[in-house]
Design a protein around this ligand. Structure first.
Ligand SMILES: Cc1cc2nc3c(=O)[nH]c(=O)nc-3n(C[C@H](O)[C@H](O)[C@H](O)COP(=O)(O)O)c2cc1C
Ligand code: SF4
Ligand code: FES
Length: 553
């Protein structure tokens, strides 16, 4: 495979484009609401009308507005070659003939269907960098990815840039890890690259265990070649020849699409030996996790890949120095790798002008909860939370109002509605006692009880604690017990003091990030919604809190 082959494939692919393309979302959300039977019905309708030559059916990934699934986009070519999309939501298989009839009659939309404005606020206020091809590219066809530019950045990295220049580009872009902690990606790559030559590994962390998070799953289901290309560029930059993608077993569609993508890339000579006629060899294998949240922590993940029990170990040494089987190992998140091809394509400076001084680029969020429009959202770093919740998400449904936004899952916190003008960037969220996390964003309304929210996340951490260190193993159980008593109205003021002491202890004495961050949901709800705790204490004699539901369970 050479650059000319990529170009030839791109031309062959565009020459096959049908006059009208019907794209159906086949990511997990839409598949679970019936897009598979919809595709069969559309196939039959196209065949029945004899439109096979004019209409192409494409199985694509997430189109972002997941709450309206299954989503269908009808794209008609205009005389200047551009495609005008019409988007339909909640499409039932029985409505397939209506879509095909409107296509046949050249009507812009099918009246009987629920059409969605593709330029409406949900889409118009987003910025597509990582998700630029989601919902357009066909994840199970490498030709479709190549036609949209996949593997060109890898070619450039191998032929036009030295490994050091690739690291320099990534460093200058200002990209920070999207897995939660926001560690500078270029610095991590430089650390692994500087280790003495020998066996090195590249690992993609696709464990995504936060409740409410589905960004990484959507990226893998929708555009898997983008992640493979990012990993291959990383391998070239640090001198690795083997990569692993650690993906949770609960993501069968992502696993199957990754498996297909790896096989196709091998067949096309884009993974394996002598990639693009160079001396670069890179192999990628999948490792399937068994659903333990702690296995997303990098040292536990390494143990798990090695076939050991997935428990963390103290750092240093960091995986960059001593990772898989003691060799230098680069671990990055799915979204981090998905940013790499575009950084090499558009340049580090282009990337660095998106976002803020300390948080560059965009961030993908999984927007969910008490919100009108939920789904995948990609925005430049630094936009106010309000932009995501109110303009993109449309705010809370009729009759309710936003009370708080939870970011960062069990390691994060709840930001109250009064602070919705906070910019979304690593430091500002941390200053509020929350974290950016990997991108889960759950909106809560006035009916949500914040003590219950804290108890829910503590229950999660208690269940997921690996038990290796006492502060986390015993502390999460005790904190959960206290939260339970507070929620039931059986706790005293002394219990609340004990809860706060325990938060401090578990935060500072736990071995890994799970325990260190487990108190965060408690601390942030105590900081912003303390009245909901205090009004439940047995000594409390003030007015009842309107925010405390009468039956929290
Ligand atoms: C309990 C726990 C769970 C984690 N889960 C994930 C995860 O699912 N995905 C992820 O990318 N990082 C996760 N991390 C962070 C990883 O340890 C690591 O920092 C990250 O994969 C590095 O990639 P990045 O620099 O690209 O963010 C987790 C950390 C902890 C403490
Ligand atoms: S902090 Fe919790 S999850 Fe982490 S090593 Fe200790 S017991 Fe295990
Ligand atoms: S899963 Fe179909 S639009 Fe997101």
């Amino acid at each position: 495979m050479e650059l000319e082959d990529l170009i030839a494939l791109t031309e062959a692919e565009s020459s096959q484009h049908a006059e009208i393309e019907i794209r159906v979302c086949t990511a997990a959300g839409c598949l679970s609401s019936g897009s598979r039977s919809l595709i069969s019905a559309l196939e039959h309708a196209v065949e029945d009308r004899g439109l096979g030559d004019r209409v192409g059916l494409r199985e694509v990934g997430c189109m972002r507005l997941c709450c309206e699934g299954p989503l269908v986009s009808v794209n008609t070519s205009t005389s200047d070659g551009t495609r005008v999309p019409t988007l339909y939501g909640k499409v039932d298989a029985a409505q397939a003939p209506d879509i095909v009839t409107s296509v046949e009659q050249g009507r812009k939309s099918a009246e009987a269907l629920h059409s969605i404005d593709p330029n409406g606020p949900f889409f118009a206020h987003q910025k597509s960098v990582v998700l630029e091809h989601c919902g357009i590219v066909e994840p199970e066809r490498i030709e479709s990815s190549i036609a949209l530019g996949a593997y060109r950045s890898l070619h450039r990295a191998l032929h036009d840039l030295s490994p050091a220049e690739v690291v320099e580009q990534v460093t200058r872009s200002g990209l920070r890890g999207r897995g939660g902690a926001g560690y500078p990606t270029g610095l991590k790559w430089a650390t692994v690259a500087k280790m003495p030559p020998g066996q090195k590994y590249v690992v993609c962390n696709a464990d995504e265990g936060d409740p409410g998070a589905f960004m990484d799953r959507s990226i893998l289901e929708s555009d898997p070649h983008r992640v493979l290309e990012g990993m291959a560029i990383a391998a070239h930059a640090i001198g690795a020849n083997q990569g692993y993608i650690y993906v949770r077993g609960e993501y069968p569609i992502a696993i199957s699409r990754l498996d297909t993508a790896i096989r196709q890339a091998k067949r096309f000579g884009l993974l394996g030996s002598g990639i693009f006629d160079s001396t670069f060899n890179f192999r990628v294998d999948l490792r399937i996790g068994a659903g333990a949240f702690v296995c997303g922590e990098e040292t536990a993940l390494i143990h798990s890949i090695e076939g050991l029990r997935g428990t963390p170990h103290p750092r240093p040494p960091y995986p960059a120095e001593s990772g898989l089987w003691g060799h230098p190992t680069l671990i990055n998140n799915v979204e981090t790798y998905a940013n790499i091809p575009v950084i090499l394509r558009e340049g580090a400076d282009w990337f660095a002008q998106i976002g803020t001084e300390q948080s560059k680029g965009t961030k993908v969020f999984a927007l969910a909860g008490k919100i009108r429009r939920s789904g995948l959202v990609e925005v430049p770093m630094g936009v106010p939370l309000r932009e995501i919740v109110e303009r993109i998400g449309g705010g809370s449904p009729e009759g309710s109002s936003v009370k708080a936004v939870q970011t960062g899952g069990p390691s994060g916190g709840c930001i109250p509605a009064e602070l919705l003008d906070t910019p979304v960037e690593y430091e500002s969220l941390k200053a509020l006692g929350s974290i950016m996390g990997s991108g889960g964003m759950v909106v809560m309304d006035q009916d949500d009880d914040m003590v219950g929210v804290a108890r829910y996340f503590m229950n999660f951490c208690m269940d997921e604690s690996c038990g290796k260190c006492v502060p986390c193993r015993a502390g999460t159980v005790q904190m959960h017990r206290l939260l339970d008593r507070i929620e039931r109205g059986e706790a005293s003021h002394d219990d609340l003091v004990t809860l706060e002491d325990l938060c401090d202890l578990v935060q500072h004495a736990s071995l890994c990030g799970l325990g260190q961050s487990a108190p965060n949901p408690v601390l942030s709800t105590l900081r912003f919604f303390r009245h909901e705790y205090e009004s439940r204490l047995i000594e409390f004699s003030g007015p009842p809190s309107s925010a405390v539901s009468s039956d929290p369970r």
